[in-house]
Design a protein around this ligand. Structure first.
Ligand code: SF4
Ligand code: FES
Length: 259
């Protein structure tokens, strides 16, 4: 147990010997969730939950759990790791894409609106069908392509070579970037920022031999030239990946035939 501290004349803190728990600041949070069940509803509607959150520790995911566990078990959303790693709880939080497990309620405010990410079909409430997104991901050949067999040896590369694609290795495929892109909302055949990020990760890997194929795929109508450099993708990325920069690098690699 930590002893409480008192300020001395010199401004320094000294222990008083008194013990006590750290005070907890509670926040009443209004959570408005856009709900939609395509099997029973003609159109979406908003439902409000009033929940009690703890300032400094509770995240949007925690108050969502409270709403589901204690008020309405039919409220539907995805989450798995709860630590910003699996990418399953991307949603529109007060109008902007983010991960519910990553944002503290004190950062978001006491009035929170939650909607499903845009541009993908809603299955129920905050859960969307990710299959179109993963089909676009698969279309860019997101794996190492080589012609030789390394046998028992490792495939070496220098630290500089590794650094070349370091940023795009951080992607967790949450879809926050792709579903914040106005071009993607208007044209779902656009491969989208996340698929380009995943392609970038291999295009600029010195060990890979599939760059020409990937650049051909991304040079097609549904590829990088759909990007209008809106920067929504970079702003939305919970991993801080410079998504627009990665797209620009892929565009330059196509234009100048150089990786
Ligand atoms: S680039 Fe960022 S926002 Fe896009 S899918 Fe990857 S982690 Fe999510
Ligand atoms: S639940 Fe895994 S990233 Fe949020």
């Amino acid at each position: 147990m930590a002893a409480t501290m008192e300020r001395s004349e010199g401004g320094q803190s000294e222990p008083t010997g008194e013990e006590g728990p750290t005070p907890v600041e509670r926040m009443t949070v209004s959570l408005k969730v856009k709900r939609f069940n395509p099997e029973t509803d003609d159109k979406p509607h908003w439902q409000e939950f009033v929940v009690d959150g703890v300032e400094g520790t509770d995240r949007v995911l925690d108050v969502l759990h409270q709403a589901k566990w204690y008020q309405d078990g039919t409220l539907t959303f995805r989450r798995s790791c709860a630590h910003g790693v699996c990418g399953s709880d991307a949603m529109v939080i007060n109008g902007e894409n983010g991960l519910a497990c990553q944002l503290l309620i004190q950062e978001v405010g006491t009035s929170i609106t939650l909607e499903a990410i845009r541009g993908l079909p809603v299955i129920k409430d905050l859960v969307v069908d990710m299959e179109p997104f993963f089909a676009q991901y698969r279309s860019v050949l997101p794996y190492l392509i080589t012609s030789d067999e390394p046998g028992y040896k490792e495939r070496h590369q220098t630290a500089e070579d590794r650094e070349r694609f370091d940023d795009t290795t951080k992607c967790i495929l949450c879809a926050a970037c792709t579903t914040s892109c106005p071009v993607y909302w208007g044209n779902s055949s656009y491969v989208g920022p996340a698929a380009i990020v995943q392609a970038h990760r291999f295009i600029f890997d010195s060990r890979d031999e599939g760059s020409a194929d990937r650049l051909d795929i991304l040079n097609e109508k549904s590829g990088v030239w759909r990007c209008r450099t809106a920067f929504n993708c970079s702003n939305a990325c919970p991993r801080g990946i410079k998504v627009t920069h990665a797209i620009e690098e892929v565009k330059r690699a196509i234009l100048y035939d150089r990786v």
